[in-house]
Design a protein around this ligand. Structure first.
Ligand SMILES: Nc1ncnc2c1ncn2[C@@H]1O[C@H](COP(=O)(O)OP(=O)(O)OP(=O)(O)O)[C@@H](O)[C@H]1O
Ligand SMILES: [Mg+2]
Length: 337
């Protein structure tokens, strides 16, 4: 038993494959993660690694045909076993989600105000009280002219403003956990840091727990208490964010750090992780990352490394103990990945 707010255990997600969808293929494989009340966990990895699928599993939000096994326990309740009403309450009051593209998740022909008050009104709050609460929420996310914005349609707001509206909507019901799936990817750098500052402030003021999904390991580490790195549907490393930045155990984590553009560094060429990321079902024998890894040896291609405890975290790499302290970090740049 655990007293974590969220405990995901051995989560495996499959999608239909084959001509008639009769076969199934894994996109998430044996994922374990936990988040305590008020804690923030970063989930990092390249495209297709299964980050969004993992987040959606927490709310049991699956497209038709998608199946999951394992358990998701939120505040002591098993999400996959919930009755419809319990699930509705979970989604409406306890867990909220924000996405990369706010425009895809807001009705374009209804005003921002109508969108924002609907959840509150549905739970019995009067329209006038809901409007008052939403105006103060908008101020909390840095929109001071809330009444004017509420009368506007979504297309009249910039991407950054609309993401603030989505965040206000997500916290309107005072949830315990916010799932933020690449909330700043579509924004310019300045707006990105404003939105990150708002999320940090909401976390502190409301004691909100956060699952923060991003491609950017350094952004996750700067925002979250701990960070998990995903590759091909599995978690390959998890550590406290501070330690991950200085002492990565997995060559993939190191590669994600050094391939990030750094405006202050003068480099002739940015190091990249050679090759393409893969989904879980594309992984062959051995370590899924081995074909792209500058440190791989024959043993890496033969058997799949298990996620094992190391000092301060967990890692799935046959060579983790040998490579410890040798992998390039964000601070140093460069390297051999
Ligand atoms: N409804 C679906 N049916 C079939 N396959 C799917 C479905 N949704 C996602 N997938 C596949 O599952 C894998 C994991 O997808 P997921 O969206 O979780 O990746 P991600 O890590 O969030 O990637 P990105 O960074 O691009 O958002 C991908 O290979 C994707 O193509
Ligand atoms: Mg995604």
């Amino acid at each position: 038993m655990t007293d974590a707010l969220l405990q995901v255990s051995d989560l495996t997600i499959t999608v239909p494959a084959g001509e008639y969808g009769a076969d199934r293929r894994p996109v998430v494989s044996g994922v374990n993660l936990q988040i305590g009340a008020g804690e923030a966990l970063g989930l990092v990895g390249e495209s297709g690694s299964g980050k969004s699928m993992t987040a959606r599993a927490v709310m049991r939000l699956f497209a038709p045909g998608v199946q999951a096994t394992g358990t998701v326990v939120f505040d002591g309740c098993e999400v996959f076993a919930m009755e419809d009403e319990q699930l509705r309450l979970l989604r409406a009051h306890r867990i909220a989600m924000i996405f990369q593209d706010p425009r895809a998740h807001i009705n374009p022909v209804r005003t921002v105000g109508a969108f924002l008050i609907e959840g509150l009104c549905a739970s019995g709050v009067s329209t006038r009280d809901a409007e008052r609460r939403v105006t103060s929420l908008l101020a909390e996310v840095g929109i001071s002219d809330g009444s004017r914005r509420m009368a506007q349609l979504p297309h009249e707001l910039s991407g950054g403003l609309l993401q603030r509206v989505m965040i206000a909507s997500a916290v309107a019901m005072d949830p315990d956990l916010l799932l933020a799936d690449e909330p700043t990817t579509a924004l310019d750098v300045t707006t990105q840091s404003e939105v990150m500052a708002i999320l940090a402030q909401l976390r502190t003021e409301r004691g909100l727990a956060l699952l923060f999904i991003t491609h950017d390991l350094e952004l996750a580490a700067a925002t979250c208490d701990s960070t998990a790195v995903m590759y091909a549907g599995s978690i390959v490393e998890r550590q406290s964010s501070r330690q991950l930045l200085t002492h990565p155990y997995h060559p993939y984590s190191s590669g994600l750090m050094v391939s990030r553009p750094d405006l202050d560094a003068v480099r002739q060429r940015l190091p990249v992780i050679e090759g393409q990321p893969i989904a879980a079902f594309e992984a062959g024998e051995g370590c899924a990352f081995a074909p792209r890894c500058g440190y791989s040896q024959p043993a890496c291609l033969a058997t799949t490394p298990a996620l094992v405890a190391v000092q301060g975290g967990e890692v799935a790499c046959h060579r983790a103990s040998e490579l410890q302290g040798q992998l390039p970090t964000a601070m140093e740049g460069g390297g051999d990945v």
